[in-house]
Design a protein around this ligand. Structure first.
Ligand code: HEM
Length: 412
């Protein structure tokens, strides 16, 4: 294995990035990646401790120049940067506005509705299977759950939820295009842009309605929220609220779907681990971080240095993009021991990087874990030997996120 194997825009690397991550961790933990014809030069951190320290220092490692190693990412977005691309203290203030929508208490009340939804999906999958129609774990199961939950969170009435699914897909597609192998040659068609426009129109009307008729959902909370800045204390504009909606949809859908699907693929490769969960389903809750540790939905995101920084004897100049390779840190034997590459559903994990750390620590962790727990509890109870054909599946081609576009079920 050589350093050349770490080529984040190469299809072979993306098929199995973990050997290259291991090489980096051991041989070149503060890696300088030279400019090539597809991407500018950037740095990459792969050891757990280095990443953990860096993401907790937003004063040195800023998010305000974008989260990929591509240039002018913020300019190309065409919308004002949302909190994930801002630094404290502005980010802290914005984040506190939606924080109350995500407290464990607020999230827990969704459990019964999520369970009913998941059971209905399983009924549907069972019907398709019996009728000899193909069943796709991503399309017919994993991806539908976060879409439903986001709609509930925003307070979108049931009758409108069918419209919401294509909007979530469009936003995810747009984000993944930005994250994909060739961000300039975007694969997104006009359909996705039309869907985005429809979503903006719908949310703008929903916001206007809530300005007159307060509601208890996340959208209602954002309408009621007040911020204090150089212009005094004021309500959020429609534009600000739309930004929040977009960051929550973009951050909360595919990431959660990938966790559910990866749990199934990982258990498929480790029958004895599957047996442990089947014998004692109370282990499912604790196993979720282990699935995410081994297959991190967010593989890595960039920061930009605000000053010269020296890590492990290597100096990174100011103004350079630095990839935080969360997925590499999550398999670092220095943190997780010699079995770091193996699935252990009973592993006790105190720290991990699947949700990052520091000021941008994922705001949706409770919600993601609730969905994945309920999904796996119900799936394994109904179909204990569910199996998929990963080789026949299609993955996102992205250096930043890892997940599926489709993955056929081979046994239910
Ligand atoms: C398994 C599922 C999920 C994973 C792996 C995940 C991962 C992450 C990571 C790594 C970050 C940090 C980004 C950075 O380093 O700059 C993040 C931030 C964020 N996530 Fe998640 N996420 C998940 C689910 C969710 C859900 C369900 C929601 C909401 C419904 C959500 C909303 C957000 C938001 C709004 C941020 C930005 C927070 C900030 O900048 O302060 N995520 N997520």
């Amino acid at each position: 294995m050589s350093a050349l194997s770490y080529d984040p825009l190469d299809v072979d690397f993306l098929a199995d990035p973990y050997p290259a991550f291991a090489w980096l961790r051991e041989n070149d933990p503060v890696h300088h990646h030279p400019k090539d014809d597809r991407a500018p030069a950037f740095w990459a951190l792969s050891r757990f401790e280095h990443i953990w320290e860096a993401v907790r220092r937003p004063d040195l490692f800023s998010s305000a120049q974008g989260l990929t190693f591509f240039p002018d990412e913020i300019g190309q977005l065409g919308i004002p940067p949302t909190m994930v691309m801002l630094d404290p203290p502005v980010q802290t203030q914005l984040r506190s506005l939606i924080g109350r929508g995500f407290t464990p208490k607020r999230v827990t009340v969704l459990e019964d509705r999520i369970r009913d939804f998941v059971r209905a999906r399983l009924d549907d999958m069972g019907r398709r299977w019996r009728d000899g129609m193909g069943v796709d774990l991503h399309e017919h199961f994993s991806s539908t759950i976060p879409t439903y939950v986001l709609a509930e969170l925003f307070g979108i009435p049931l009758g409108d939820q069918e419209k919401f699914a294509p909007w979530v897909n469009a936003l995810t597609q747009l984000q993944n295009d930005g994250f994909s192998l060739d961000p300039n040659g975007s694969a997104t068609g006009a359909g996705a842009l039309t869907a985005m426009a429809e979503m903006m129109e719908y949310f703008t009307a929903a916001i206007a309605h809530r300005r007159q008729n307060p509601t208890d959902d996340l959208l209602g909370a954002l309408v009621a929220a007040e911020v204090t800045d150089e212009n005094g204390t004021h309500r959020l504009s429609d534009w600000d609220i739309l930004g929040f909606c977009f960051v929550v949809v973009a951050g909360g859908s595919d990431t959660t779907a990938s966790l559910i699907t990866h749990a199934v693929t990982l258990l498929g490769d480790a029958p004895e681990q599957r047996r442990l969960l089947l014998e004692d389903p109370s282990l499912i809750s604790g196993s979720l971080i282990e699935f995410l540790r081994l297959e991190s939905s967010v593989q890595g995101l960039a920061r930009t240095t605000t000053a010269e920084v020296t890590i492990d004897g290597t100096t990174i100049p100011a103004g350079e993009k630095v990839m935080m390779l969360y997925a590499a840190g999550n398999r670092d034997p220095r943190e997780f021991g010699e079995t770091a590459d193996a699935l252990d559903v009973r592993r006790e994990i105190t720290r991990h990087l699947a949700f990052s750390s520091g000021p941008h620590f994922c705001i949706g962790t409770h919600l993601a874990r609730l969905q994945a727990r309920v999904a796996l509890e119900e799936l394994l109870a109904r179909h204990p030997q569910v199996a998929v054909d990963a080789a026949a599946g299609t993955r996102h081609q992205s250096a930043f996120v890892r997940g599926w576009l489709s993955i056929p079920v081979t046994s239910l």
